[in-house]
Design a protein around this ligand. Structure first.
Ligand SMILES: CC(C)(COP(=O)(O)OP(=O)(O)OC[C@H]1O[C@@H](n2cnc3c(N)ncnc32)[C@H](O)[C@@H]1OP(=O)(O)O)[C@@H](O)C(=O)NCCC(=O)NCCS
Length: 130
């Protein structure tokens, strides 16, 4: 599996013009992580800086291709993110109604942020996310 970090969504569009539709829904996104298996998009993570707190990276969404779910890829993408941004807190948007995503994030060590209904947070570890 090939995981790649893009600082700008335009860079991602240039690399993967065939995935313009997914690019278009990342309108407010500053960073994208992709996971490709052969030529197929297996996973996509959309991220942005938390403007009011530079120590925090916000995960707007994580999507795993249904074909590759429950095989550890989502976990691996978070591990990769932790390596890309060591020392920063990760704040994930997880809808209150999305029980699978809640279980998934709790399993990774995230806790519900009591100040926001749809937010889960994970404090940094020394070497990035566990
Ligand atoms: C949520 C999502 C990102 C998980 O990705 P994934 O690659 O399938 O997750 P992993 O294989 O790394 O799973 C790790 C753990 O999360 C939990 N988990 C993942 N999928 C689950 C499911 N369908 N039901 C219950 N628990 C689940 C399990 O505890 C799992 O550990 P286990 O396999 O040892 O039981 C993926 O299901 C997805 O893309 N869903 C649709 C989009 C979405 O809801 N995104 C999140 C909100 S932005």
């Amino acid at each position: 599996m090939n995981l790649t970090w893009f600082e700008r969504r335009e860079d991602w569009e240039a690399h993967y013009p065939g995935h313009k539709l997914l690019y278009e829904i990342t309108d407010e996104t500053q960073y994208i992580i992709t996971a490709f298996k052969n030529d197929e998009l297996a996973g996509l993570m959309k991220l942005c800086d938390e403007l009011e707190n530079p120590d925090v990276m916000r995960v707007i969404s994580i999507w795993i291709n249904p074909k590759y779910r429950k095989q550890g890829l989502g976990t691996r993408m978070y591990e990769f993110l932790g390596q890309c941004i060591p020392g920063r807190t990760i704040s994930a948007e997880v809808w209150d109604s999305n029980n699978v995503a809640q279980d998934f994030h709790e399993r990774l060590g995230f806790v519900h942020d009591p100040s926001s209904l749809n937010r889960y947070i994970k404090e940094p570890t020394e070497k990035g996310i566990d």
